[in-house]
Design a protein around this ligand. Structure first.
Ligand SMILES: C[S@@+](CC[C@H](N)C(=O)[O-])C[C@H]1O[C@@H](n2cnc3c(N)ncnc32)[C@H](O)[C@@H]1O
Length: 221
């Protein structure tokens, strides 16, 4: 979280994140936004419970539609599919400005979100992989400008740099490889079988992920 941030938490649900950040003085203001009334009512209750109603605003809106560009400098969109996060950013062209930090936590199709980001001029400064229970979650920190073209494998797994600290990366790459193997096997058994046009792309992803895993394992020696 950038210091002293003015935060919008899109799809806030219980507003646990803004309440936690405000409670620790890690943001100066927060807008808790949700498309549904039930979650926003829960957000208000959380703010009362944690005594941060004064520093929190509540918006019933689709994505960033209810947020004005000068109200915030940091935008969290967490706990939604990668394609939904991309659609929310697409509908708010004002985020194409380097002054906003985007903190994104896609639950699925991370490749779609990474692909959308670089195609639309955003760079990913940092990725964290965290574990809860059996699941691994990715958190992407991105902003507009300095976009780097990603390969098919990098859209799946993010860019890999030698000095990067990602203790769960080996496991993450292994899980992605299992996923792409399953996808290839499933499509190969399907009606169009080996003629399916998706296969070539997935095989490219498989080759790249295999090479990335090998490279990463060698770096950890
Ligand atoms: C699974 S919850 C995630 C809650 C929280 N952000 C988290 O990561 O734990 C998803 C929330 O996003 C809201 N949501 C879904 N689509 C949305 C949209 N287009 N705009 C705003 N909120 C949305 C849902 O109503 C729900 O409260």
């Amino acid at each position: 979280m950038p210091p002293n941030a003015a935060l919008a938490d899109i799809g806030t649900d219980h507003a646990y994140l803004p309440a936690w950040l405000l409670g620790r003085g890690l943001v100066r203001r927060a807008i808790a936004a949700d498309i549904n009334k039930g979650p926003l009512d829960r957000a208000r209750l959380t703010a009362q419970q944690y005594n941060c109603t004064e520093q929190m605003d509540f918006r019933l809106c689709n994505g960033l539609a209810g947020i004005a560009p000068d109200e915030v400098d940091t935008i969290v969109i967490a706990g939604m599919g990668g394609e939904t996060i991309a659609a929310i950013l697409q509908a708010a062209p004002w985020v194409q400005d380097g002054r906003y930090a985007l903190i994104l936590q896609p639950m699925s199709v991370q490749s779609d979100l990474r692909g959308w980001l670089w195609h639309n001029g955003f760079s990913i400064q940092k990725e964290e992989i965290i574990r809860e229970g059996d699941k691994l979650y990715n958190i992407l920190v991105a902003s507009y400008g300095d976009a780097v073209q990603l390969t098919a494998g990098e859209e799946w797994a993010g860019r890999q740099l030698r000095d990067m600290v990602q203790p769960l990366r080996a496991e993450y790459l292994a899980r992605l490889l299992e996923k792409v193997d399953r996808a290839i096997a499933g499509i190969s058994r399907g009606r169009s079988g080996l003629q399916d046009p998706r296969l070539e792309h997935l095989r490219q992803v498989q080759r790249e992920l295999t090479a990335m895993k090998k490279e990463w394992d060698a770096w950890q020696q």
